[in-house]
Ligand binder design. Structure first.
Ligand code: Z5A
Length: 217
């Protein structure tokens, strides 16, 4: 089920740790609402009661789990998010802005952990019922900068954020490869810019996409 078959608009924000996704998703939501649009902001892993529980398990630094166990937890959180939040909001014609979605699984578990990308893509299709974003904003910053930002904000340990720099470098390179494969969906924004410049660029991309969609319908 491509999101374009539903009346709403499905936009995701992706990128490595500390890239500025949450900051951008919040400010973009506010600007779009001020312009009179109905926007639901959500996030993964989380967004539902089950997703919130799974989030605390998958990020718990005191738990050990295999890379596939980790993957199943993200996929289970995604399946409930799609069914309970995304499909109803898109069916109601809302703009849905999700802080992370299925590209994160390909980047972290595929490029980062080294799991098979084709298998992950097929599991993503099953967990999402085939729901793909209309538009993805990828915040691209060097892993060192993202980790420094994330660690300056919080010293709380987390099982994935605490992985080494090489892991985060592979994740970021993976996101760039996904963007290169699907340039019609994924727009790369330089996350090194200050937050206001990132927002300006994102707003321009989103408004252009929304206007284009209205013209096409
Ligand atoms: N994960 C996965 O492995 N597989 C999956 O399928 C999914 C997720 C869905 C939790 O995600 C973890 O789950 C994550 C990926 C993995 N890995 N880890 N750890 P998360 O999204 O909840 O966690 P996160 O990526 O670590 O989010 P984050 O650290 O909160 O990063 P962010 O949302 O991109 O950044 P931010 O919170 O907006 O900003 C971080 C700090 O930088 C903050 O102090 C801001 O004020 C500052 N900031 C933001 N923008 C700027 C700019 N432009 N300039 C300067 N400073 C800025």
């Amino acid at each position: 089920m491509p999101a374009e078959d539903l009346p709403g608009a499905f936009i995701t924000v992706e990128g490595g740790d500390g890239a500025g996704k949450t900051t951008l998703a919040r400010s973009l939501t506010e600007c779009l609402r001020q312009a009179g649009r109905v926007v639901q902001m959500t996030f993964e892993p989380g967004g539902t009661a089950l997703g919130t529980r799974l989030r605390s398990l998958v990020l718990d630094p005191d738990l050990t789990m295999s890379d596939w166990d980790e993957t199943w937890l993200f996929l289970a959180a995604r399946a409930s998010h799609v069914q309970e939040v995304l499909i109803p909001a898109l069916t109601a014609g809302e703009i849905v802005l999700s802080d992370r979605y299925s590209d994160s699984t390909l980047a972290y578990q595929g490029f980062g952990r080294g799991l098979d990308l084709e298998r992950l893509s097929s599991l993503n299709r099953a967990a999402t019922q085939g729901l793909t974003p209309d538009l993805t904003l990828l915040l691209d910053i060097p892993a060192e900068l993202g980790l420094a930002r994330a660690r300056a904000r919080s010293s709380q340990a987390d099982r994935i954020g605490d992985a080494d720099l090489a892991f985060h470098g592979r994740v970021n390179a993976g996101f760039r490869m996904l963007a290169a494969e699907q340039p019609e969906r994924v727009c790369v924004i330089d996350g090194r810019q200050d937050a206001a410049a990132v927002l300006d660029e994102a707003l321009e991309v989103v408004n252009r996409w929304l206007d284009g969609r209205r013209a096409r319908s």
